[in-house]
Design a protein around this ligand. Sequence first.
Ligand code: TRP
Length: 335
Amino acid sequence: MDEKKIMLSGIKPSGDLTLGSYLGAIRNWAARAEEFDCYYFMADMHAITVRQDPAALRRRTLAQLAQYIACGLDPEKNTLFIQSHVHQHAELGWVLNCYAMFGELSRMTQFKDKSQKNADNINGGLFTYPCLMAADILLYQPDFVPVGEDQKQHVELTRNIVQRFNGIYGEVFKMPEPYIPKVGARIMSLTNPAAKMSKSENDDTGRVTLMDAPEVIMKQFKRAVTDSDTERCVRYDPEHKPGVANLMTIYSVITGKSYAEIEREFDGLGYGKFKPAVGEVVIDLLRPIQEQTRRILEDKAYLESVYRAGAEKASRVAEKTLRKVYRKVGFVAAK
Ligand code: TRP
């Protein structure tokens, strides 16, 4: 028996993966498999709470999976799957809908945000999204759920559901903890260093995606905002020079050099030399990932074997939890 603690995370294939999420998170995921039994799934069912182009959603789901593998997530060591392939998510999602309160769901910041941004499509799924997310989590009885700041409230709601459900039926679900990784750089937008580099922001010129062509990456870095201070030198001062500090963080994370070393390296050279140098290390970092992603995407049989095996494993685990829940709430056993 595997005695490792369980970790699970879902990622919505609603945008392209960015350099920010790679440096801040994904890059550290490969090593996690040594310590945890990890589940990662492409949350395609969550993606449709906002209108998606079907062909684009399909393409992005597969591309995202391929990119994760290319970033070092070994399908032999991690369970990688597509959410809609494991029907138990929708089924437990329904049950949990009946254990989440209208008032609770109304307080979710993401719901309020998205309702504002999609005023013409405030659908029921957008509102009950956290119930599906709770199901995603609870099916696998994980110890930890790594999430960004923006998803913490949903994990809190999941914990409330666990308390409510277990309070009625006994210890059915394990109480999950949000897991905020200790290390992980926070990479900001190249054009607005006050905002995080985000995958879903439309036409964000401050973003570099994992699959951007080298010339696009270089262009992004050359036009990255630096700061309007007069000294124009490469110095780490996040408060007064947030643009430069962000570029230095990117450079530091990739090269392993300290801020002091970077300051020395670019001493007297100014931003005109520094910005393309950052672009260069990013291009070199992404080149093998891009090549590997393309190879994987071309090998349809391989990709299919990965998500099939992942769904099979996930479904076995999920089914156990779902059976138990169905029994507890009083459904007649089908077999
Ligand atoms: N809601 C998450 C997001 O938007 C994605 C997600 C769906 C998720 N189900 C999950 C994350 C379960 C962690 C656990 O980023």
